[in-house]
Design a protein around this ligand. Structure first.
Ligand SMILES: [Zn+2]
Length: 199
């Protein structure tokens, strides 16, 4: 399991392939920070705590980008357009390119599924973009934000995980997926809009 509070990985406790749907299961206490870690599969209709700066129910990708850039690094961000697979470009205060950013929101805990998937074409686009700047693929789970940073072409050698079955509208079917072990993600050290889950 991977701790949503400190990011420490405990290999003695396996991350479930698929956590409970509409419920939660306790995995154990983190050996590094002592917090209790739970696995929660997709939670329908979850009323997550919202970002403090965002009105309940109105948060969109640009709002999350505001929070991310302020917390992590950068001065401004820009939408790369509807046809782009990686959503945004982030700049410093002088307008210099810092990194590219892709955001996905998940309605499960980070330990909800051993592997997290997204369309493989995002990795293919990242392979071109990393020549200019790193690509960060950031996932907001119910209990933490975590990310995959692709800083080189070699980093883009990501495993394919079979057909991607989109859960949300607007994603076309029959595409290959990228398959990422959640234990390899970097858990971000801030928790805006996240919940402390308990069974
Ligand atoms: Zn911990």
């Amino acid at each position: 399991m991977i701790c949503p509070y400190c990011g420490s990985v405990d290999e003695s406790v396996p991350t479930p392939e698929k956590g409970p749907y509409q419920g939660m299961k306790e995995l154990g206490d983190c050996t590094a920070c002592g917090r209790t870690v739970v696995s929660a599969g997709v939670q329908r209709g979850w009323e997550s705590s919202k970002l403090s700066t965002v009105q309940k129910g109105q948060a969109n990708e640009a709002d999350y980008a505001d929070v991310y850039v302020e917390r992590e690094r950068g001065a401004s961000h820009e939408d790369r357009g509807q046809t782009a697979d990686i959503d945004r470009t982030v700049f410093d205060g002088d307008g210099n390119l810092l990194y590219y950013w892709e955001f996905k929101q998940r309605s499960c805990s980070i330990n909800g599924y051993k592997y997290t998937k997204f369309p493989y074409r995002k990795i293919e686009e990242a392979r071109d973009l990393v020549r200019d700047a790193p690509v960060r693929i950031t996932l907001k789970f119910l209990d933490c934000w975590a990310e995959l940073e692709l800083a080189s072409v070699e980093d883009c050698d990501v495993e394919q995980g079979g057909d991607f079955k989109p859960m949300s509208r607007g994603e076309s079917a029959n595409q290959q997926s990228a398959k990422i072990d959640v234990e390899t993600l970097r858990v971000l050290p801030w928790r805006d809009g996240c919940d402390d889950l308990s069974v």
